[in-house]
Design a protein around this ligand. Structure first.
Ligand SMILES: *Cc1c(COP(=O)(O)O)cnc(C)c1O
Ligand SMILES: [Zn+2]
Length: 386
């Protein structure tokens, strides 16, 4: 394993990676760091091509030492689908959709759960707990069951109903809570007071990002070790966006990519847009969003802990942040399904609305190669679609 330590992007403190850890003492999330020189000696892009079609193909850039702890259901290496008919409809004929709907548990949360659970098990955790908007809880409960860990999950009553059943079937202790994800977090406080329970809330442990960053490696590898012009990401806690930015930085440091950067775009709903508001105001931090509500439930995160990291990634890449409303999301979901025959999740459809608007504003030009993340399967959202 080439993991060397954890470091704090806020205050620069470093930590030994050999123990279970949550936040830095300054309150910032911690990030995993690797000996990239050693990684570069151990593997090349050409050697990766022959490996299995899962995220574990990037084994040297992942934080699990012992193969016995690798907990997998075949997650990762999702297709990067050209969508020229819908693309032409919105003036972006080179549009691509990375379809995370094909992943075990039906959302890309499985990436973070596979890597996070594997590492937690390796470091001795026996019981994990988290608040969730649904998909993360379903994924972590599923991988915890596979690894033999106990899971306690709290989710808002408004989360997609199937995610509750996924938790129950995986044997998790499930708390269904009135309110939003912050209320679910409060409901878990008594459980987390037990030092034997490991808190795996969004960005409160460093390895979920490591699973989600593999989307960045895959996009680049699938494009023949090149970057697209822009990547549009439906942003809740922002783990995927932070992860993709980290993956691109690692690949550049490895010398596997040139200096060209894709512009990273955070897509939110007009019903919950703390990052968009902070980006537009030029602020370093995002203020909590009151009365959050959107059909794109996975991005209903009124107070993201990783706000600074998200805003840094947008600004460092010449990216932007944009909010779209529920009516547009549903209209684009339908316009896309009619032309491309794929049922997106509302969060993925929000990125199409954003692509359409950014093209209409001239922020994207007609030749741009744009990658939209469809972060889950539309099949999880029967209630919302009805
Ligand atoms: C969780 C989730 C998101 C947002 O992911 P973050 O990493 O929290 O920003 C987007 N789409 C779906 C379907 C999700 O479940
Ligand atoms: Zn710190």
């Amino acid at each position: 394993m080439h993991l060397t330590h954890l470091d704090c992007p806020g205050c620069g403190a470093t930590y030994d990676a050999g123990r279970l850890r949550n936040l830095c003492r300054c309150g910032s999330p911690l990030l995993a760091r690797y000996d990239l020189t050693a990684v570069g000696r151990a593997v090349t892009p050409a050697a990766l091509a022959a490996r299995p079609a899962t995220l574990w193909r990037y084994r040297e850039l992942l934080p699990v030492a012992d193969d016995r702890y690798v907990t997998t259901l075949g997650e990762g290496w999702t297709p990067l689908v050209p969508v020229p008919r819908y693309g032409a409809h919105i003036g972006l004929p080179r549009l691509l959709v990375k379809d995370e709907g094909l992943i075990p548990t039906g959302s890309f949360k499985a990436r973070g759960a596979a890597v996070g659970v594997s590492r937690a098990a390796e470091l001795g955790a026996r019981h994990i707990a988290m608040p969730t908007n649904g998909n993360a809880g379903a994924a972590w409960a599923t991988y915890a069951a596979r690894a033999g860990l106990r899971a306690t999950i709290a989710m808002p009553a408004g989360a997609p109903v199937v995610t509750r059943e996924e938790c129950r079937i995986a044997g998790a202790d499930l708390h269904v809570v009135d309110g939003l994800i912050g209320d679910a977090a409060r409901a878990l406080a008594p459980v987390l007071a037990d030092p034997a329970v490991f808190d795996v809330s969004t960005l409160k442990e460093p390895y979920r990002v490591e699973g989600k960053k593999t989307m960045g490696y895959e996009i680049v590898e699938q494009l023949g070790w090149r970057v697209p012009d822009a990547i549009l990401y439906p942003t809740g806690g922002g783990v995927g966006l932070i992860g993709i930015a980290k993956a691109l930085a690692e690949l550049r440091e490895l010398g596997w990519l040139g200096d060209r950067q894709p512009r990273l775009v955070a897509v939110q709903s007009t019903g919950c847009a703390p990052i968009v508001r902070a980006f537009q105001a030029g602020a370093r931090r995002a203020d909590p969003w009151p009365d959050a509500h959107t059909i794109a439930f996975g991005i209903t995160v009124p107070a993201p802990l990783g706000d600074e990291l998200i805003l840094d990634a947008l600004r460092a890449t010449g990216g932007t942040a944009i909010a779209v409303d529920d009516a547009e999301i549903l209209a684009d979901l339908r316009a896309f399904g009619t032309r491309e025959g794929l049922l997106l999740c509302p969060e993925g459809a929000a990125c199409l609305s954003a692509a359409r608007r950014l093209r209409a504003d001239g922020w994207l030009d007609d030749g741009a190669q744009v990658v939209v993340l469809n972060t889950g399967s539309g099949l999880k959202y029967v209630d919302a679609l009805q």
